[in-house]
Design a protein around this ligand. Structure first.
Ligand code: ADP
Ligand code: MG
Length: 713
């Protein structure tokens, strides 16, 4: 078949003469809907793989390309793939009853011949005539004899050290059979329709979709295959960005927000002197950004990311106060009552002396008080409100909600977030600030939350210093670690000893909880009788009763115990500023983010702090923790260290269904896809123009029709 023009992202655009010389082809997509010509058993296998027709087959790109071996180089016992030609073929009966005759062929490549044996398939005698070219996969048994497991014909011309595609296969349909099928249907790659507009392809020098698929199946070099993958990955990433941006565009077109663009007496005064501390640089930038953004009528949709303690609330409060000084209202919704109460207290404190009405509404607000509160809210007498889901109940009416803040936004459903947004006056949308303490790597954030503008708070407020972190391996270092703990205690400080999840997969809540509790109990007994026998130890794990847990925490918090030996239950909510050292047993069993969270329990006071990770020095995760303290940096590393298929916690809409793209490696492609999507949506927000018709179709297949609401995040 003739060469396709092959320009890829990154390669120079074709010249005019090249373009003129390119063959003009008219795809016939109907050919791709033909069923596969397969025997019943193989057909079942194909169905299981989702290969329903020729089109699906051609989309089933190889999992890997491996070099085929040459006959002369095969070692006894080796499992390998070879590309050979049949020289002669014969059948031989087998003595054992019930066995069908063997088929034995002499096959050869340019390095020499060998004997290939096919079991149980006598019909091959007539199918593989001398001269047929075959791909064989199987085991070289020595003495020049090859036991064939999978086989298929091939048209591939060369034989020595050539790359052979390996496909995800299944019972009934082997990788080699798939290769043969793809070979047979190769011509149909011309019928693959390219949804990317020609203009975009031209501008970015992108190959056609069919050519990219061809490169992935048959590419002559690793580079060609990779170029094909990049083209498909770009397309995939483009869809995620188009879907997000189109939805955002639809939301923006739906309603406008009140422009908070005048009077800033209150916020100026508050920023200048009302706050009990100075803003960090990151907080100042976030505030500046918000000032500009809230001044427009485009409803802000911003994701504010910052680790626990990074000071998100002040930033959110700034936005809320901008609403107040324009005579509007603002609400902050938190996922639990405890969090809502904390925010209420924090905000009260942060408001300083400003005479601003602030209220708290949760599920446990007494009925009588709730009634009065709702009256004040709907009359506009209340300016700021903090609450839980109670805020979105039907009876709750605002006079003029202009800023809505959602804390830990991932813990709310799409419906709940839009219910809050819907509390704005008819025809108006509030500015929305979504907050999260989860540091999401850049690439994932763009795929998951690409419809939101993003702000990150990296800096820690003053007075908090990172815990010096060391990996502790071997008995000598362990002994030294206990000495360090003793030194801290003698200096008046306190220590955590954290015992591992016994089976990380079971989780603290699952079956592993009992075993983890046992591990913690044993360690507690061991330390009490051994290394830390001079000090006061308490034990805390999930299997203790509520009262016992409370008692353990209280005695540690009060300084009545020097060491808290615990399972990961301490991850939640312990705040003991006097604790300066944490030792984590079997640290390699924890994930990076969990270790980072745990470590956050020390370094909360005025003293230097220390985190000791017991585990192998070779663990890249532990080294990362020892080297970095920034949660965003660690999240990026975590993502890079994950293996294929390990992208957990991602939603369907985003990263979960990427087949070709790899994150974070494909960040440059993602950036270009984002740009291309922005340009397309800017020119054609609803993707209604003819050149976007195929794209819009593909998007609807993947993500459903674009609607104004809800915003995905
Ligand atoms: P989070 O990002 O976890 O929501 P908060 O906004 O609750 O963090 O802030 C954590 C604590 O740090 C609060 O007590 C807050 O008053 C304080 N804080 C916030 N910003 C600063 C700052 N710039 N300097 C000192 N303390 C700050
Ligand atoms: Mg918070």
């Amino acid at each position: 078949m003739s060469e396709h023009p092959s320009g890829f992202a990154g390669s120079p655009p074709p010249s005019v003469s090249e373009l003129l010389a390119a063959e003009i082809r008219t795809p016939r997509p109907s050919r791709l809907r033909r069923p596969l010509a397969l025997a019943p058993k193989a057909l079942e296998g194909a169905k299981a793989l989702g290969l329903d027709d020729v089109g699906a087959l051609l989309e089933h790109v190889p999992r890997a390309r491996r070099e085929s071996r040459t006959v002369a180089a095969l070692a006894p016992g080796e499992t390998a793939t070879v590309v050979v030609e049949v020289r002669s073929i014969a059948s031989r009966s087998v003595r054992r009853r019930g066995m069908r005759p063997l088929v034995e062929a002499t096959v050869a490549d340019e390095t020499g011949p060998m004997k290939a044996t096919f079991f149980n398939q006598p019909w091959l005698l007539n199918r593989y005539r001398p001269g047929t070219r075959l791909v064989l996969h199987g085991k070289f048994e020595g003495r020049n004899s090859f036991r064939v497991a999978n086989h298929a014909t091939t048209e591939e011309a060369t034989s020595s050290a050539e790359e052979v595609s390996h496909y995800a296969a299944t019972e009934g349909l082997s990788s080699t059979q798939i290769l043969a099928l793809v070979n047979a249907e190769r011509a149909c790659l011309r019928d693959v329709v390219d949804p990317l507009p020609g203009r975009l392809r031209g501008r970015l020098a992108l190959a056609e979709r069919g050519a990219a698929l061809e490169a992935m199946h048959f590419g002559a070099s690793a580079t060609a295959v990779e170029r094909g993958r990049e083209r498909l990955a770009f397309e995939e990433l483009l869809y995620t960005q188009l879907a997000l941006l189109a939805r955002r565009a639809a939301a923006d077109a739906g309603a406008s927000a009140p422009a908070l663009d005048s009077a800033s007496d209150l916020t100026d005064r508050w920023l200048a002197g009302g706050l009990p501390f100075e803003l960090t640089g990151d907080q100042r930038h976030a505030v500046e950004h918000l000032r500009e953004e809230l001044a427009g009528t485009r409803p802000a949709q911003r994701l504010l990311m910052g680790e626990v303690g990074s000071g998100k609330t002040v930033v959110a409060l700034y936005a809320m106060l901008r609403a107040v000084e324009h005579g509007h209202q603002a609400a902050l919704m938190a996922p639990t009552e405890t969090l809502a109460e904390q925010h209420f207290a924090t905000i009260q404190r942060l408001l300083g002396g400003e005479p601003i009405t602030l209220e708290l509404l949760t599920g446990s607000t007494p009925a009588a008080r709730r009634t009065k509160l709702l009256e004040r809210l709907s009359s506009g007498a209340t300016s700021l409100i903090v609450g839980t889901h109670a805020l979105i109940e039907p009876g709750v009416r605002f006079d003029s909600l202009a800023v809505a803040v959602v804390d830990e936004q991932h813990r709310f459903g799409v419906r709940q977030r839009s219910a809050l947004v819907a509390k704005a006056p008819a025809g108006l949308a509030p500015h929305v600030l979504h907050m999260t303490a989860t540091p999401i790597p850049r690439t994932l954030a763009l795929c998951e939350y690409g419809d939101l503008d993003q702000t990150r708070l990296y800096e820690r407020p003053h007075g908090r210093r990172p815990a010096a972190t060391h990996v502790v391996s071997g008995e000598r270092e362990r002994a030294r670690a206990y000495e360090r703990i003793a030194e801290e205690i003698r200096a008046g400080r306190q220590a955590f000893v954290v015992c591992p999840l016994v089976d990380a997969a079971e989780g603290e809540e699952g079956l592993g909880a009992t075993a983890s509790a046992r591990a913690a109990t044993e360690e507690f007994e061991r330390l009490r009788a051994g290394e830390l026998s001079d000090y006061r130890l308490v034990l805390l794990h999930g299997q203790l009763g509520h009262r016992e847990k409370q008692a353990a925490m209280a005695s540690f918090a009060a300084g009545d115990a020097d060491v808290l030996v615990a399972t990961t239950v301490i991850e939640v909510g312990i705040d003991v500023p006097n604790a300066t050292v944490m030792l984590i047993e079997n640290a390699e069993r924890f994930g990076i983010s969990q270790l980072h969270q745990l470590r956050g329990r020390v370094g909360r006071g005025e003293h230097d702090s220390l985190c000791l990770l017991c585990g192998p020095k070779t663990s890249p995760r532990l080294s990362a923790l020892a080297l970095h303290d920034d949660g965003f940096e660690l999240a990026e590393i975590d993502l890079r260290l994950r293996k294929e298929g390990e992208l957990i916690g991602t939603k369907q809409s985003g990263v979960g269904n990427l087949r070709h793209a790899r994150l974070p490696e494909d960040e440059p492609l993602l950036a270009r896809a984002r740009e291309a999507a922005e340009a397309a949506i800017k020119a054609d927000p609803a993707l209604e123009q003819p050149e976007h018709a195929l794209l819009a179709d593909r998007l609807a297949d993947l993500y459903g029709e674009i609607e104004a609401h809800p915003i995905a995040a």
